[in-house]
Design a protein around this ligand. Structure first.
Ligand code: BES
Ligand code: MN
Ligand code: MN
Length: 464
């Protein structure tokens, strides 16, 4: 057994307990009610980094929640890895749908996780995956085998669009300088088939408000003669896709770089069962843009989705009313080279343009982010692939993901470095959903694979 594996074997119970202690703190960045807990979590992460042996650890203030920064420089001639992760989590809502309380972690065995999985908000996204890096660092420190300099940057605002990150990165270019960025905040194909995320979608997120009459009206007295904002909003939203599920906003696809036939052929080789996919989320059939496969639809194609819609009477029983206002939150996932600001502008112009005169429309932009794709012919990718091959016994498959981590494109722009996305979660881990969980196998496999990335990267770097 390798020294790393041996160390994990002897310390795994403590590794799990430490993660559980982090998961107990409800660090929900979106809700001010949890402000104290978010700050407490930053402290806890700082303490764990200290304890793992990181030389310099500090809590850096920002206009929002602080960033935990750690630095362990052993030799300026060695390459430097910047590890990014986030200690904040999504709100637990809808809380009624959890089988156990979201901030009281429990371990349960499932078909996909026969060794058990930790159930708690943030277990996979991203406390569990972030903490793998702290433990991998501890192992390298304790076995005197840290082969690179390392910097940690763990933020507390990822789930609300990282509003302070640009501010922080612009002001700390030297502090954050690195040779490669390493992030575990994505997923892999399965516990038998690792993959490396080579792309992320960008995001444009808007909220729309449709106003009809200046007050709620009796739907009998006024019904039929006045535009109902809820009816109108639904009609407008429905018109945003055509019969092929193509988005109808003029100019929306102008900057999309189509995947080549070769790329699409490569993508189709990844193991995927449509039947298992449909079964796992209990749907009769998949649905999406004509001409594209399921894996293409959720990675290389842009989308437009309503994330929430409300208005009118939603209490018990029936109330006859035409509401004055209707609202929706809409996200557009973007692919290279779509620009989030441009897309937001196109959406606003179009949405305001299609509104009938009978209503007023207001569009408010929320956060956004640029899409990202990374080539695989660099030593970062190769070091990761070799590490996976060593711990899983099979090479990783490069795969573009549908999710967004807006800071990845920002890092490339500001720090000029490439990011390697070594995710260990599964799509079925229910991130952002009730009953989020993270497999013990995945957690420990991550801790085992990360030191090999460091080792391979250092070797490949010096051989360049
Ligand atoms: N870790 C996720 C993103 C992710 C998950 C990417 C799985 C690929 C695979 C991240 O925490 C997240 O939720 N990002 C948000 C965007 C953000 C601006 C709120 C998202 O993708 O919705
Ligand atoms: Mn995340
Ligand atoms: Mn998330």
């Amino acid at each position: 057994m390798s020294a790393v594996k041996n160390y994990i074997d002897q310390n795994k119970d403590r590794f799990i307990e430490e993660l559980i202690s982090l998961l107990k703190i409800p660090s929900v960045s979106a809700d001010k009610a949890y402000e104290k807990d978010v700050l407490l979590t930053a402290e806890a992460v700082k303490n764990y980094l200290d304890k793992a042996g990181c030389k310099k650890v500090e809590i850096c203030e920002t206009p929002g929640y602080p960033i935990v920064y750690g630095e362990h420089i052993i030799d300026p001639d060695l390459p430097t890895i910047l590890v990014y992760g986030h200690y904040d989590v999504q709100p637990a809502d809808p809380i009624d749908l959890w089988d156990s309380p979201p901030f009281e972690p429990i371990i349960k065995k499932t078909e996909l996780h026969p060794d058990g999985a930790i159930y708690a908000r943030g277990s996979c996204d991203d406390k569990g995956q972030m903490y793998m890096h702290v433990k991998a660092f501890e192992i390298m420190m304790n076995s005197d085998s840290l082969p690179c300099n390392v910097k940690f940057m763990i933020e507390g605002e990822e789930e609300i669009g990282s509003p302070s990150l640009e501010w922080f990165v612009e002001r700390n270019q030297d502090k954050l300088s690195n040779d490669v960025i390493l992030i575990s905040d994505t997923g892999m194909i399965s516990n038998q088939q690792p993959s490396i995320t080579t792309g992320l979608r960008g995001l444009s997120y808007v909220e729309v408000e449709v106003t009809g009459p200046n007050r709620d009206l009796h739907s009998g007295l006024y019904g039929g003669a006045v535009a109902n904002p809820i009816n109108i909003l639904n009609k407008m939203i429905a018109s945003l896709h055509d019969e092929n599920n193509h988005i109808t906003i003029p100019g929306f696809y102008d900057k999309v770089i189509d995947a080549t036939a070769e790329e699409r052929k490569e993508m189709a080789k990844a193991p995927f069962s449509l039947e298992a996919y449909e079964k796992s989320i209990d749907i009769g059939e998949v649905y999406g843009e004509t001409g594209y496969s399921t894996n293409e639809r959720n990675s290389i194609r842009p989308t437009l989705d309503v994330n929430g819609i409300w208005g009118g009477y939603i209490g018990e029983g029936a109330k006859t009313v035409i509401a004055s206002k209707a609202y929706a939150k809409i996200s557009m996932r973007l692919v290279p080279d779509q620009d989030p600001d441009e897309i937001t502008k196109l959406f606003m112009d179009h949405f305001e343009g299609i509104a009938p005169k009978a209503v007023k429309v207001k569009v408010t932009p929320h956060h956004g982010g640029h899409p990202y794709v990374t080539p695989i012919d660099n030593i970062g990718y190769q070091a990761a692939n070799k590490a996976y091959t060593e711990t899983f016994g099979v090479p990783a498959i490069p795969q573009r993901s549908g999710g967004s981590i807006p800071i990845v494109a920002l890092f490339e722009k500001e720090l000029k470095s490439k990011t390697i996305l070594m995710g260990f979660g599964l799509d079925s881990d229910a991130i952002h959903s009730p009953n989020e969980h993270f497999g013990i196998f995945n957690y420990l496999k991550g801790i085992e694979t990360i030191p090999l990335f460091y080792k391979n990267y250092a070797e490949m770097y010096s051989g360049q």
